[in-house]
Design a protein around this ligand. Structure first.
Ligand SMILES: Nc1ncnc2c1ncn2[C@@H]1O[C@H](COP(=O)(O)OP(=O)(O)OP(=O)(O)O)[C@@H](O)[C@H]1O
Ligand SMILES: [Mg+2]
Length: 427
């Protein structure tokens, strides 16, 4: 079997199995590992700008694992060719051609499909969402904004663990056929804006960026040109990592103001692409530019329904409880899927899987859940933290004046009002 046809055949199998095409990097590793081609991983790493270790320890093994799943037998760098050839033979024998497999998997109407020869995707460190519950309304809403209203910048916002990454990943999978390029990047490690722009440009323009301008403004401009000439879907996950903690929300960390410039241009300049941000806090530019009939929108993600929350808990094992107890459990954690996953493990291990035992105990916050809340709390300014302490102490609704009287340190009414407003803003 020829390398090119083997690669396209494998890609169609992968797509039929996972709904995703092989990434550029995976294709490169596949090509380089094809017998006789045998290019070293170091060479691929150099070509694609990754470290050789990343290719050896991450991309390579993951690719063989994926192909093992798709082919239904364990394959590695040394034997994948013959496994693919066997599979191709058996497909021919049953007259089930890859193109048919592909058509069965694609549900997008033909008119909306992009030309597959032109499609390119790089899912970076995207997460697995093969198990995903609910979120139908949110998903419809976002698809409408992105496809019908051709929004240019969309933010998915919400507290840690609420499911921003999972939902945006699902959405990107659902929408991938409507874009010529799809790229997913996490900002968790707060990359310098110059590096992120270089990375995006390299992928989107599919060429080595040897003449890349030094300054951020020119790189942003070049990115906008790419987004104008090709329809791209760019997902930037964990945007809060470049935002400042403390102070009032939405501002950038020192040295990261370039992100503000990027978000501004993404929202304001004309282009045919869409950038989705996920963030625990709303960046300032989104707050300034968003509007119901404008091309910048944001969706505040709330918790899951009781039924979906229950399904998440059941992933971890069986818990026993009445319908009412289930409802109390999910509502106690505001339908937060991460919190529910953590709590189900605890109920199993410490309460013999009995929800009512756990509810009677009355413990709401522990271990990892406490950590999650700590992270969120630590991002607040000192005054915001003080206000939360006082609200917790009072344990009942209180007026601004009441708060002002309680807080010992002298603060002006304006400062207090701003801090309360900031606390109430989308985080
Ligand atoms: N609708 C869903 N169905 C099933 N699992 C979900 C769903 N939403 C989220 N999860 C799971 O809950 C956990 C937390 O979700 P996720 O990582 O998407 O949260 P997040 O809002 O991105 O959090 P963070 O702010 O920390 O990035 C993950 O394990 C994810 O797989
Ligand atoms: Mg996330």
């Amino acid at each position: 079997m020829e390398l090119d046809s083997a690669l396209e055949f494998t890609d169609s199998l992968v797509f039929a199995h996972t709904g995703k095409h092989l990434s550029d990097l995976q294709r490169a590793v596949f090509r380089a590992s094809w017998p006789l081609k045998n290019q070293s991983y170091d060479k691929i790493a150099e070509m694609y700008g990754y470290s050789p270790n990343y290719i050896k320890q991450d991309t390579g093994p993951k690719l063989w694992k994926l192909l093992s799943e798709v082919l239904g037998e364990k394959v590695s760098k040394t034997n994948f060719k013959s496994a693919i050839e066997r599979r191709s033979q058996s497909n021919l024998a049953t007259a089930s051609q890859p193109s048919q497999l592909l058509d069965q998997a694609v549900q997008t109407p033909v008119a909306l499909r992009r030309d597959p020869a032109n499609l390119r995707q790089d899912w970076g460190e995207a997460v697995d969402v093969s198990v995903f519950y609910g979120r139908t309304e949110e998903s419809i809403q976002l698809q409408e904004w992105i496809v019908k209203d051709t929004c240019r910048l969309v933010a998915v916002l919400g507290i840690g663990g609420i499911g921003k990454t999972a939902l945006s990943m699902k959405l990107a999978q659902q929408l991938q056929d409507q874009f010529d390029r799809v790229i997913w990047r996490s900002l968790r490690d707060a990359p310098e804006i110059a590096d992120l722009l270089a990375d995006l440009l390299q992928f989107l323009s599919q060429s080595e960026q040897t003449d890349l301008p030094e300054d951020t403004a020119s790189r942003v401009l070049r990115l906008i040109q790419e987004l104008r000439s090709t329809r791209c879907l760019v997902i930037l996950d964990n945007a809060e990592s470049v935002l400042r903690s403390g102070d009032c929300v939405g501002q950038y960390q020192p040295g990261y103001e370039g992100y503000g410039e990027l978000f501004h241009h993404l929202g304001v300049d004309l282009h045919q692409s869409c950038v989705i941000l996920t963030s625990r806090e709303k960046p300032k530019e989104i707050a300034l530019l968003e509007g119901e009939s404008l091309p910048v929108r944001s969706l505040q993600l709330k918790g899951l329904t009781v039924a979906d929350g229950q399904a998440i808990c059941k992933l971890k094992g069986t818990l026993t409880g009445s319908a009412e107890e289930w409802q109390r459990l999910v509502e106690r954690y505001d339908g937060n899927p991460l919190a529910l996953k953590i709590v189900s493990t605890t109920i199993q291990e410490l309460f013999d899987s009995d929800i009512s035992e756990f509810l009677h105990q009355g413990t709401v916050v522990f271990d990892d859940l406490g950590e999650l809340l700590d992270q969120q709390f630590n991002r607040l300014s000192e005054l915001e933290q003080t206000i939360l302490y006082w609200l917790a102490i009072k344990r009942e609704p209180t007026s601004l004046q009441g708060l002002n009287d309680s807080i010992v340190a002298p603060v002006s009414k304006r400062e207090l009002l701003e801090a309360v407003k900031s606390l109430g803003r989308d985080r």
